[in-house]
Design a binder for this molecule. Structure first.
Ligand SMILES: NC(=O)c1ccc[n+]([C@@H]2O[C@H](COP(=O)([O-])OP(=O)(O)OC[C@H]3O[C@@H](n4cnc5c(N)ncnc54)[C@H](O)[C@@H]3O)[C@@H](O)[C@H]2O)c1
Length: 495
């Protein structure tokens, strides 16, 4: 198919669920009518995540005669790939990316044969794009720091937004987005997909059903393994200016999950932590190694060898999923190492949070662990819910993984096995996509699975609270960072 050689420069064209054991997938029977008109989507950022999780499902490429081997690829699943086909519900009407070569490769290799040409725009042409193609929805899947400007511009044009998490990279940007949404006919939905994981929905149902009484405390001890964790330090995420740091880029997942379980809003944050695995002071940096020797002598490189997690070198521009090149982000000749001076973010933190209605949380995360997963305990006035899930870097499940245990204060404990579900992020992404592209079903509505701009903003502000608390050695007020009054969502289980 043909694609324009240049960017176009001008227009011209809560309820309670009584059954705390029901852990099945979100159903589709009661969703919005799929025969309705197709919505027009413009995608900003042809990222691994954007292409795997939104663009390909919108194009329905898996049913258009293309091979779909990516679905058996763990790395693609980590970005939410699946064989979903939403081409009957939506159409891709434009893409925008800073990297023209990447966008051209996308158009040449991923658009299915016979698909109408999809115009490609550059960042400064966002307004032209909206004027030219009149999208119903802009999906923002570019690096975190760039979300705010696109969300604000879409809202200014009255267009709905689906934003990848974190909604934005700073609390100040979050405050501006909330203001822009208030003034707009458009709305923002944030892809906090962790809510959709089967065991997380199970826990939410149990909390709503009063299984632990009034929630008092959540303990979440999260570990990101030596491959996945290290990989952030070899990508744009490693600089705060790009990602807000991992306390925003990654922890917004966890902070939102805790807030959602509690149906509450984070109020204050106190944190300690730092950078002790990566960066120039790392104890793992091979002594005296020059760049060329790094891959042979570095324990992180050696531990991921054969998995393809890290890039091989910088003789050519790095390539991502679906073989799309990153000519701008990771050009030929610019190699990145785990020990570079520009790394300026934390790689482990421990945090105490208070919530608006009095609950608390203890949250710790590290990005260099021998296993990946978490232990969580939710404690309430009438009992606890405990969950553990973990796997080795090679993907073997650790014993006891995936079970949820309910321990009523005065009764026998009950352990619930959660079925493992296929699809990106333990089956969360396919369900979230259905909500976004087709519409929420009754369970999505009862559990409030979709995340709003306000919830996205609170997660970002709590994440910024973590790094600010560490840097400034003080308790940080979340509402103050957002310049909004604290106004907690009413707690569903409060008496
Ligand atoms: N919800 C999840 O589970 C999940 C998983 C992975 C990534 N994400 C999010 O998805 C987004 C993309 O992350 P990724 O790692 O897949 O990205 P990526 O590094 O694979 O791709 C980034 C893309 O954005 C383009 N780009 C860079 N700067 C730009 C700008 N200023 N304007 C427009 N385009 C620009 C790059 O050329 C590239 O195509 C991030 O917000 C990330 O936090 C979410």
């Amino acid at each position: 198919m043909s694609t324009p050689r240049e960017y176009p420069s001008d227009s011209g064209s809560s309820g309670r669920n009584p059954d705390v054991r029901a852990a099945g997938p979100v159903g589709t029977a009661d969703r919005a009518d799929p025969g309705g008109p197709r919505r027009r989507y413009a995608v900003v950022g042809l990222s691994n995540r954007g292409v795997a999780s939104f663009v390909r499902p919108l194009l329905g490429v898996s049913v258009a005669g293309r091979t779909d081997t990516d679905n058996s690829d763990d790395s693609a699943l980590g970005y939410g790939a699946s064989a979903d086909d939403f081409s009957g519900h939506g159409e891709l009407v434009a893409v925008l990316d800073i990297d023209r070569a990447r966008a051209d490769t996308f158009a040449a290799t991923i658009l299915p044969p016979g698909h109408p040409e999809v115009p490609i725009y550059a960042p400064e042409q966002f307004d032209d794009m909206v004027r030219d193609v009149r999208p119903d929805v802009v999906i923002v899947t570019s690096p975190d720091h760039s979300h705010a400007r696109y969300i604000e511009a879409a809202l200014a044009a009255g267009v709905d937004v689906i934003s990848e998490k974190p909604m934005v990279a700073t609390a100040a940007d979050a405050a501006r987005v909330l203001e822009a949404e208030r003034a707009s006919a458009g709305t923002v939905r944030v892809t906090h997909n962790l809510r959709y994981t089967a065991r997380h929905r199970q826990i939410k149902r149990m909390v709503l059903a009063g299984a632990i009484g009034r929630p008092l405390h959540v303990n979440l001890d999260y570990h990101v393994d030596i491959r996945h964790g290290a990989s952030y330090f070899l990508r744009w995420n490693r600089e705060r200016a790009n990602s807000g740091g991992l306390t925003i880029h990654k922890s917004t997942h966890h902070l939102d999950l805790i807030s959602w379980w509690l149906a509450d809003a984070p109020s204050t944050v106190y944190a300690v932590g730092g950078r002790d695995y990566y960066g120039p002071q790392s104890p793992h940096r091979p002594e005296g190694a020059v760049a060329a020797q790094m891959r042979e002598r570095d324990p992180y490189y050696l531990a991921q060898r054969g998995s393809g997690t890290f890039h091989d070198g910088a003789d050519e521009a790095r390539r991502g999923l679906f073989d799309l090149p990153y000519e701008v982000q990771y050009p030929a000749g610019k190699d990145l190492y785990l020990y570079d001076d520009e790394i300026d973010i934390e790689d482990h933190v421990a945090t105490l949070l208070t919530f608006a209605s009095g609950a608390t949380a203890a949250y710790a995360v590290d990005f260099s662990s021998p296993w990946e997963g978490y232990r969580a305990t939710l404690t309430g006035t009438h009992g606890t819910i405990e969950v553990f899930t973990g796997r080795t870097p090679a993907g073997e499940a650790l014993p006891g993984s995936g079970q949820v245990t309910h321990r009523p204060l005065f009764g026998p404990a009950e352990t619930i096995d959660i079925e493992s579900v296929s699809g990106g992020h333990d089956g969360a992404d396919p369900l979230m996509r259905r909500d976004l592209f087709v519409g929420p079903d009754s369970e999505s509505e009862a559990l409030r699975l979709g995340a709003s701009a306000r919830e996205g903003a609170l997660a970002v502000a709590a994440g910024e609270g973590i790094w600010r608390s560490i840097a400034e050695r003080r308790i940080v007020d979340v509402a103050e960072l957002l310049q909004i009054p604290s106004d907690p969502t009413p707690h569903a289980t409060r008496r």
